[in-house]
Design a protein around this ligand. Structure first.
Ligand SMILES: NC(=O)c1ccc[n+]([C@@H]2O[C@H](COP(=O)([O-])OP(=O)(O)OC[C@H]3O[C@@H](n4cnc5c(N)ncnc54)[C@H](OP(=O)(O)O)[C@@H]3O)[C@@H](O)[C@H]2O)c1
Length: 264
């Protein structure tokens, strides 16, 4: 049923793809952003900051559904706690959260783990905040988005010799497909933790990079590096993958064909 939906992170890579899909489903969409935006294309913007706990109440008031896509490298637990507090004051909106595959399986124990994989611990902590919120909730764990793989590949390709974590694999998924799934979940009955969403294929990190370099016509030397720590060991064992949930359709190669081959 159409409703007013708040999208946190509606200006981000994922959120930008969630917003038009909600509108197409007949929803009134409000976006929370740290920066002021003029209302445009039927989208209402509220300025606020989840980490500074500013402007959140105005963003959640009147929203029947919250699709929580705002996130950063750290602090998602704190941001989510602030969002939940305001949402609980506003009523009982359906809170839909996007997490990451492996949040519950990658042990972040030592300072080394935290430095490289602290993101997973903060996603798990945020998941718990959502589950314990008392609000109706749905959480989807997704694999790494193609857009993020592309950003990483572009950065790494600037180096003449590229260090590549040995034994690390990814199962990248199309951001638009994740957005479509989130909208389906948001408009459905609150479902708790739903099955993971992985991309169609698992790749060694070196092969993801080689695919990018091939699409760009570039040549680089790749050098395997061994990452220390328990979290890295879990990742090498595939804790960030969900091969039994390879439900995404668009492959890395298809994505590269659209995004890289057409670049100047
Ligand atoms: N990227 C991946 O591969 C991946 C995989 C699985 C799950 N996820 C999760 O998906 C979500 C979206 O990721 P993304 O790649 O779309 O991120 P992104 O492109 O970096 O966008 C981040 C968004 O969060 C908002 N934001 C950041 N800090 C905020 C704060 N303190 N208060 C309010 N808004 C804030 C930003 O809005 P403004 O800049 O406008 O304020 C922006 O819209 C994240 O929760 C991420 O953990 C990502």
């Amino acid at each position: 049923m159409p409703s007013r939906v708040l999208v946190t992170g509606g200006t981000g890579t994922l959120g930008r793809q969630v917003v038009p899909r909600l509108q197409a489903a007949g929803c009134d969409v409000r976006v929370l952003s740290r920066h002021p935006h003029e209302a445009a294309d039927g989208i209402e913007y509220v300025t606020g900051d989840l980490l500074k706990d500013e402007g959140i109440q105005a963003a959640v008031d009147g929203a029947g559904i919250i699709v929580h896509c705002a996130g950063g490298r750290k602090g998602d637990d704190e941001a989510t706690r602030n969002l939940v507090r305001a949402a609980s004051r506003a009523g009982a909106p359906h809170l839909v959260y996007i997490s990451v595959i492996g949040a519950d399986r990658i042990p972040v124990v030592s300072a080394t783990d935290r430095a490289m994989f602290g993101y997973f611990a903060s996603k798990l902590a945020a998941e718990r905040v959502v589950a314990d919120s008392g609000l109706p909730w749905t959480t989807l764990r997704a694999a790494q988005f193609h857009d993020l793989s592309l950003m990483v590949a572009r950065q790494m390709a600037k180096l003449p010799v590229i260090p590549v974590p040995a034994g690390v694999r990814f199962q990248p998924v199309d951001t638009g497909e994740v957005a479509a799934r989130l909208v389906e979940l948001a408009l459905g009955t609150p479902a708790g933790l739903v099955p993971d969403m992985g991309g169609p294929r698992v790749y060694r990190m070196a092969d993801l990079l080689r695919g990018y370099l091939r699409a760009r016509g570039q040549r680089r030397v790749l050098v395997p590096v061994w990452l220390p720590g328990k979290a890295a060991r879990a990742v090498r064992a595939g804790a960030n993958l969900a091969p039994q949930q390879a439900v995404g359709h668009r492959t890395w190669e298809d994505f590269l064909a659209d995004r890289v081959l057409n670049e100047a």
